[in-house]
Design a protein around this ligand. Structure first.
Ligand SMILES: Cc1cc2nc3c(=O)[nH]c(=O)nc-3n(C[C@H](O)[C@H](O)[C@H](O)COP(=O)(O)OP(=O)(O)OC[C@H]3O[C@@H](n4cnc5c(N)ncnc54)[C@H](O)[C@@H]3O)c2cc1C
Length: 394
């Protein structure tokens, strides 16, 4: 049996970030196992939006920490050939009169209190930033200049490459079949390619985190939820200079951004289709659905009434009951640290989450408190539900 100081299960953006940070913190011999390939899970399906806007204040802290990494990804990794594919176009969010107005006001105030630059702007200023949209109904508009979007595949592979350069071993095509336990304590993993010993195992398995329940009997409050993403080509370009836009006034709480510098990437920020089994194969997107979302888009972007569907795809979220992740140790299973349940917003948190999970695994103080994210909250009822209700804006 081969022995390691730490074993990471999963090489998506989260697992790769954990591996990089373990190496940087001097964890010793680190092994990463993925049954598929680096980044090939749900990370490659990500819309890649980066913002610190959250109504859950703890998330603002993690997102802030992460943004500073995205903003200088190559410098942070010490690898000038790395790129996160960052497009720093800013983030615009608006709400009409009604139920979303006060949550937006307080979330913007929360960001400001946390030292994030956020501007309250009027409809004319919003039109200057995003001239293809109309804001006639907008009662409150926030603009976050230090935001944008990036490429989750580049980030996962960037973290993985830097981890490898620091000596981490990453094995692809290796399926973890179960944890090896000595009583309740973790002592390694059994895989389709043999057993590997370690007293520290970090599970970053996303929609497949239900494995933990099978292996330990501890309930894993996560379900796989499929979401559709559309790329629309309208008569006017959605250029890279135009901000990411969150429309709290639309029925689907739409988010939109530039796609390739010309098209619009758009998706709904509400509840998706629950899957019976965790799998991220492509699902069907009906024309009725495209017409329905297209109608919502055209209300905000009038010229997109003429838009055509350029492409579409589906991706799967690992959704918890409060749409926020479970981060940290599972106290009933000493040696096991988990990071799952990112509920459609884990990419923007991935650098910070990788750091704090690595710190936790090594018994170091964590940069951001993991207490609010504890698994325990589903037993004691201290949920992290955002003020916008259920959905990835959280
Ligand atoms: C459509 C869509 C849009 C999104 N948009 C955004 C966005 O705009 N902004 C944002 O911040 N976030 C967004 N997200 C969320 C974000 O992309 C995810 O939270 C993040 O990529 C998840 O990374 P991960 O490492 O947890 O999971 P994954 O990338 O799924 O990695 C998990 C890995 O674990 C491996 N694995 C699982 N079980 C085992 C096992 N037993 N043995 C070996 N390997 C195993 C899998 O093979 C997989 O590679 C979006 C997600 C989707 C689907």
């Amino acid at each position: 049996m081969q022995s390691y100081d730490a074993i990471v299960i999963g090489a998506g953006v989260i697992g790769s970030s954990v591996a990089f940070h373990l190496a940087r913190l001097g964890a010793g011999k680190v092994l990463v196992l993925d049954r598929s390939q680096i980044g090939s899970g749900t990370s490659t399906q990500s819309s890649g939006i980066l913002r610190t806007h959250y109504s859950v204040i703890e998330n603002v802290e993690l997102a802030k920490l992460s943004w500073s990494v995205f903003n200088d990804f190559a410098g942070y990794l010490g690898d000038q050939e790395s790129s996160a594919g960052l497009v720093k176009c800013g983030y615009l969010i608006c709400a009409p009169e009604g139920a979303k107005l006060e949550p937006l006001r307080s979330a913007l105030a929360g960001q400001t209190a946390m030292g994030v630059e956020v501007r309250l702007i009027d409809q004319a200023a919003a039109r200057e930033l995003l001239p293809i949209a109309q804001f006639d109904d907008a009662a409150l508009i926030g603009y976050e200049p230090e935001a944008g979007f990036a490429d989750a595949y580049l980030v996962a592979t960037g973290f993985a490459r830097s981890a490898r350069r620091q000596g981490v071993k990453i094995m692809e095509g290796v399926n973890v079949e179960r944890l090896l336990l000595d009583g309740a304590r973790v002592v390694g993993v059994k895989t389709n390619q043999g057993t590997f010993h370690s007293h520290t195992v970090i599970s970053t398995q996303n929609i497949w985190a239900g494995d933990i329940e099978k292996w330990t009997g501890i309930p894993t409050p996560v379900k796989a939820e499929r979401h559709a993403v559309l790329a629309l080509e309208g008569p006017e370009a959605y250029s890279f200079k135009m901000p990411v836009f969150k429309d709290l006034g639309s029925a689907g709480m739409l988010y939109c951004r530039s796609y390739g510098g010309n098209q619009m990437l758009v998706s709904e920020g509400t509840v998706g289709e629950t899957l019976d089994e965790p799998q991220n194969d492509q699902g069907d997107i009906s024309m009725d659905y495209v017409v329905e979302v297209g109608g919502q888009v055209a209300e905000r972007f009038p010229s997109f009434g003429e838009a055509g569907l350029a492409s579409s795809w589906t991706g799967v979220y690992d959704v918890t009951p409060d749409w926020n992740p479970v981060l940290g140790r599972l106290p009933d299973v000493p040696g096991l640290v988990v990071g799952y349940g990112f509920s459609g917003h884990g990419f923007k948190l991935s650098p910070g989450v990788g750091l704090v999970l690595a710190q936790e695994a090594l018994g170091l103080p964590t940069e951001v408190s993991l207490k609010p994210y504890a698994h325990e909250r589903f037993r004691n009822g201290n949920l992290l539900t955002g003020r916008y209700g259920l959905g990835a804006v959280s």
